[in-house]
Design a binder for this molecule. Structure first.
Ligand code: CS2
Length: 479
């Protein structure tokens, strides 16, 4: 029994009854997928049937599998709104594999002819590509290994080896449906798969290029990592003990390019998924308006001493900063997707950020900035035709954050695949101008053009951060 939970709780039990066959394998079993894609698929099966049960795989650790297995992989999704919480039981995951324990079992599961779709939430770094150029990084240690070893480690490795097994067995390929926050995410994963397949077997690459499908998607729902206190919150509402619930906001959106192998997919249209021909305008809007301001508020809010996004925007200076970023810096670079009003979208985003029932840590969003900055901030900065002091301050905030010391002199726990390199670059220089120059020299993040453009304004912003602190530097942008 977890500490803080009442003793008379009944354990969460999965409903009896027939189960669908497995039609989807999901790679990367984080909270986001369990609160977003999995819920949509469960609803689509409830609406229209089909064998779309999900076999999920963790590519790294066994924690989620170990928590979910005693509950037969059922779990609670707690919708946390400003007016209160509601709970639903999600019973769509049929099994969970932990890839490093038995990579061959995962390849075999993905090669099963009943599987028609492989969905992914492996985060930006999981594609093992160079974020500035989109190329597969053949020097990435997992990719270098997956080139020669049929038991993969990386997400592209699993996709390629499973497609190889299907081709050998005369089975049609699955659709690869990425659900990560990358622009042209379908094209990114397609390129990673084709680059790796080409290096392993050019005929395989040609088959995948001709027969495979990699629709792009825009996914949206705010789902913070589940915290220990959430277990008691769920138990209080449901009377059941759930070892692995997920907490999410009410809002959700999923826009999917309707391009699946042989048209095989759940009836997503029946449950509110937008099936479109071109997802790009939706992706760009979401990445720049939501994720761009999320990351900006995360770095600057963290430096100003705020623990969560809702705490950050409870300060009117930061709420005004978000409004400034949307109306003055980001929206002028966007074409609104059909049927969307960007001003109304921005207003709704601020309400979502203000939701006090969601405790989304600035520290969590600050993670992996080297993988996130290009699509969240640098694209806007590259397209902007007027100065963007707010986004330049956010880039400077990231630079100060990855230096590893906060405004009170405390150490920051910086999580980033490039954290050691970032710290080294930051420590290599003494003056703000030199620090900024050193970090802008990181070609995996900043192109030469954007680095040249940012040197002066980001140096000025970095100066302001050091001299005044984050909150006053933000206020100065607004004055
Ligand atoms: C967040 C996203 O952690 C992050 O970097 O910006 O996970 C964000 O909550 C989702 O993209 C919302 O759809």
């Amino acid at each position: 029994m977890e500490a803080g939970l009442p003793a008379d709780l009944s354990p969460l039990v999965r409903s009896a009854g027939p189960r669908p066959g497995v039609g989807i394998v999901h790679l990367g079993l984080g909270a986001f997928f369990r609160a977003h894609g999995a819920v949509y698929v469960a609803e689509a099966m409830a609406a229209s049937g089909g064998d779309w049960g999900i076999l999920a795989a963790s590519l790294k650790s066994p924690g989620t599998r170990d928590s979910l297995a005693p509950q037969s992989f059922a779990y609670t999704a707690l919708e946390a709104g400003p007016e209160g919480d509601t709970a639903r039981l999600v019973e769509v995951i049929e099994d969970v594999l932990v890839a490093p324990e038995d990579p061959a079992a995962l390849v075999a599961a993905m090669a099963d002819p009943g599987v028609k779709i492989v969905t992914l939430t492996v985060t930006e770094k999981g594609y093992c590509h160079n974020p500035a150029t989109g190329d597969l990084n053949l020097d990435h240690p997992d990719i270098a290994r997956d080139l020669n070893d049929p038991l993969p480690r990386s997400a592209p490795g699993f996709l390629v080896r499973a497609l190889q097994a299907r081709r050998r067995a005369g089975v049609r390929p699955f659709t690869v449906l990425t659900c990560d926050n990358l622009p042209h995410n379908g094209a990114v994963v397609r390129r990673a798969v084709l680059d790796l397949a080409q290096a392993i077997d050019p005929d395989l690459a040609a088959w995948i290029a001709a027969e495979g499908r990699f629709p792009s998607t825009m996914v949206d729902r705010i789902v913070p990592a589940t915290k220990p206190a959430d277990l008691a919150r769920v138990a209080a509402l449901t009377g059941r003990q759930d070892a692995a619930p997920v907490i999410h906001e009410p809002f959700r959106q999923w826009v999917v390019e309707d391009d699946f192998v042989d048209g095989a997919r759940p009836d997503l249209g029946a449950v509110g998924v937008q099936l479109v021909r071109d997802v790009a305008p939706f992706e760009l809007m979401k990445l720049r308006m939501l994720n761009g301001t999320h990351s900006s508020l995360a770095y600057l809010g963290y430096l100003a001493g705020h623990e969560t996004i809702s705490d950050t925007v409870a300060d009117p200076v930061f709420a005004d900063f978000a409004r400034h970023l949307w109306s003055r810096e980001i929206m002028p670079t966007l074409n609104a997707p059909q049927g969307t009003d960007l001003g109304a979208y921005a207003d709704a985003l601020l309400k979502r950020y203000q939701n006090p029932a969601i405790r989304h840590l600035t520290w969590q969003i600050a993670m992996d900035g080297s993988q996130k900055l290009p699509q969240r901030m640098l694209g806007t900065l590259g397209d902007a035709s007027t100065p963007c002091p707010g986004l330049c301050l956010a880039v400077a905030g990231w630079m100060r954050y990855v230096g590893g010391i906060d405004e009170t002199g405390a150490v920051i726990d910086v999580r980033d695949p490039l954290s050691a390199e970032l710290k080294r670059l930051s420590d290599s220089a003494d003056t703000p101008a030199d620090k900024v120059a050193a970090l802008l020299g990181l070609r995996a993040v900043f192109s030469e053009t954007i680095a040249a453009r940012l040197q002066a304004p980001v140096t000025a912003a970095y100066h302001a951060l050091v001299a005044k602190g984050a909150r006053d530097a933000v206020r100065e942008v607004l004055s």
